[in-house]
Ligand binder design. Sequence first.
Ligand SMILES: [Zn+2]
Length: 293
Amino acid sequence: MPELPEVETVMRGLAPVMTGVRITAVRQNRADLRFPLPAMMPERLTGRRIECLGRRAKYILIHLDGGETLIVHLGMTGRFTIASPSGTSRIAAEASSREASGDGRHDHVVLTLANGARVTFNDARRFGYMDLIPRADLDRHKLFRDLGPEPMSDALTADHLAMAGKNRRTDLKAFLMDQRTVAGLGNIYVCEALYRARLKPTRSAESLVGKVGRRRADALIAAIKSVLGDAIAAGGSSLRDYVQATGELGYFQKAHAVYDREDLPCLTPDCKGAIRRLMQGGRSTFFCARCQR
Ligand SMILES: [Zn+2]
C-alpha cells in the first residue's frame, strides 16, 4: 500500500504535466472503483483548467478552476500513467509484487489534456477511489475533518502530541497510526520513526506528556520528519518503476532500518541488538529492544 512519501512522489510527478493545463476530454470506463465515482464526473472535469496539485494525508488533490477539487486515493494498486507526445513515462505506486498490467484492462479514468498529455488512472484491485467536491468544503469533508496535522508541517508540535496523548492508555505505535494524532502515517514509517527517535513502540502515549515527555515528543517529531523527508527525497520507497519525465529510472526499494528486518542486526553503531517483531493491533511492529526505550 502506498504510504505518504509514495503519494507525495506521485503527486510531484503529475504536477509538472498537469498544472495550469486544461482538461479537454475525460474517459471513464466504469461507474465505480472502491466506491462509486463522482456523479457526472466527465462532464464536470471536461473544459476545466487544473490550477495546482496538492496532497493531504494519503490523498492527491487536483484543484480545478471553477472551485472544485478532485480527490484521489491510490488504494492498494492505484497508479497514474502519463503518456505525452514526446514519449511515455509511468508513475506508479503499488505495494504488491504483481506486474503492471500493460493491456489497459484496469485503466479506469483517462484524462486528455490540452498540452497533448494523457493521464491515466489504472487500478487492478480497485481499492482506490475518487471524489469531486467544492474546494471550500475540503476541511469539512468526511475524509478530512478528523485528520490530525500534516507530519511535514509546522502544525505537528510537541504541544499537539502532548494534548492528544493526555490520558491515553494506548501505546505509541497505535497512537501514531491513529490518523487523528497525525495524518498519513502508516506501519512502515511509524516503525522507522520510533526507531530513529529511540522510543519503544510499546511505550504509552501518555509518556509524551509533561516535561520529560516533551523531550520525547520533540525527538519523535524530528524523527517523523526526517524519515518521511528521506523517503520523499528517495522517491517513495514502494515505487517500483517510477520513470521520470526524462526517461531515467528511479530506484526500486529504499532499505528500511527496522521494517521487515526481523532477526537482522540493528544498524545503530555499537548496538549488538537484533531487530525484533511483535504484533500490535493486528500489524507487525519491528524495533530494536536495545536502543529503543
Ligand atoms: Zn539497536
